[in-house]
Each structure stands twice: as structure tokens, then as C-alpha cells.
Design a protein around this ligand. Structure first.
Ligand code: CUA
Length: 226
């Protein structure tokens, strides 16, 4: 989860998020190079006394300053497209989680099993245990196995919500009357936190997501206990 002082991205818990972080860093390096170059060029303009009253055109220079940005953009666009299509790939999931956004809580359905469905509400600050995370902990966590391809179906019952878990690289809108699909693969066990990220009403900030990543045996035991 994100703690104090974490201004960048959280560590990834899925191969896709790992790729997203690589792409972020790649774009950031290009961005910094451009900023430094343009910053240097602009600052030199203040300190030189160059004047050329007869300058009308500079074909070579214009070719260079047109082609260079175009090539730079291609270096961003190609990895971006690769990631876009990679994120869209559902593969052959062995488990399906259906999540439904409500004002203002999430409800979950494990449609591979009979009658496994529950609501997940934020724990109010007053009821929070001493080691609880304020505005982030829920009464019923989503439990899922790691090292397993999971299909995620997202929808909503009233207004648009968005099921967003940063460590997974998952951010899918829940839209009433529509069923959105994505998938993810968790690389390690742990507790992973997320929040709704569509402005869905007065208590938008108070419908967090807690995902419990466990091994397959623990998951099966949990399913059996439902
Ligand atoms: Cu649901 Cu914001």
C-alpha cells in the first residue's frame, strides 16, 4: 500500500504493472532529456547577442527540428501500443471475480462457485482497531490466489464507479448496464489496497478495496468456508 512519502508508483504485484512501471520510467527519461535540452536552449537565448537581419529561411534546421520530435514520439508510441494491447489480453483465466460498484460500497461475486458473494464496506473510523488503516480497511476483503490468471468483470448498480488497485495495474470503470472485462496475474502474496476512482457521489472517498493475495490452498479453504 501507499504510505507517507511515497510519491512515485508502488511496487508492482503483477507482470503488467511491472511493464507499466518500465514504460513510465522510459517516458520519464525522454521527458527529462527534452526538458533539459529546451531549458538549456531557452536560457542561452537570454544571454547571447546574436542578430541576423537577413535571415529568411533555414531549410536544414527546419527539417531537423521536425524530424527529431517525430522520431522521439515514435520511441514513446511503439512501447505504449505494445503495452496497450498487452493490457487488453485476457488470456485463459482459471478464475472469475465479478465486482459491482454501489453507492458507496463494492460487492463481489465468485461466479465459479455457488453462492459465494458478499458486500465489502469501509470500516468506519470509530470502529477501526488500533492497527487498522483509516479510510482504507474494509469489513470483507476480496481473497484471490496468486500465480493464477484471474478474470475481472466490473459493473455498477447505480452510477459509474471504478475498481482501481495500483499494485495490479488494474483500473476499470464499473458502468451501469455494461460489463467491463480485464484480467490480472498476481506475483506474490500480501494485502493490496485500492480505491474507487470515478467521482461517484458524496462518499466516493469511502469505498476502498482490500485484496488479499493468498496461495491456492488457502484460497480453496476460504471458498469452502463461505
Ligand atoms: Cu465509487 Cu467513486
Amino acid at each position: 500500500m501507499s504510505t507517507w512519502g511515497v510519491l512515485g508508483l508502488q511496487n508492482s504485484n503483477s507482470p503488467l504493472m511491472e511493464q507499466l512501471i518500465f514504460f513510465h520510467d522510459h517516458s520519464m527519461v525522454i521527458l527529462i532529456m527534452i526538458t533539459i535540452l529546451v531549458g538549456y536552449l531557452m536560457s542561452t537565448l537570454f544571454f547571447n547577442k546574436l542578430i541576423n537581419r537577413y535571415l529568411l529561411e533555414g531549410q536544414l534546421l527546419e527539417v531537423i527540428w521536425t524530424v527529431l520530435p517525430a522520431v522521439t514520439l515514435i520511441f514513446i508510441a511503439l512501447p505504449s501500443l505494445r503495452l496497450l494491447y498487452l493490457l487488453d489480453e485476457v488470456g485463459s483465466p482459471s478464475l472469475t471475480l465479478k465486482t459491482i460498484g454501489h453507492q458507496w460500497y463494492w460487492s463481489y461475486e465468485y461466479s465459479d462457485f455457488q453462492d459465494v458473494e458478499f458486500d465489502s464496506y469501509m470500516v468506519p473510523t470509530n470502529d477501526l482497531p488500533l492497527d487498522g488503516f483509516r479510510l482504507l480497511d474494509v469489513d470483507n476483503r476480496v481473497v484471490l490466489p496468486y500465480n493464477t490468471q484471474v478474470r475481472l468483470l466490473v459493473t455498477a448498480a447505480d452510477v459509474i464507479h471504478s475498481w482501481t488497485v495500483p499494485t495490479l495495474g488494474v483500473k476499470v470503470d464499473g458502468v451501469p448496464g455494461r460489463l467491463n472485462q480485464t484480467s490480472f496475474f498476481m506475483s506474490r502474496p500480501g494485502l493490496f489496497y485500492g480505491q474507487c476512482s470515478e467521482i461517484c457521489g458524496a462518499n466516493h472517498s469511502f469505498m476502498p478495496i482490500v485484496l488479499e493475495s493468498v496461495n491456492m490452498n488457502t484460497f480453496i479453504n476460504w471458498i469452502n468456508s463461505q
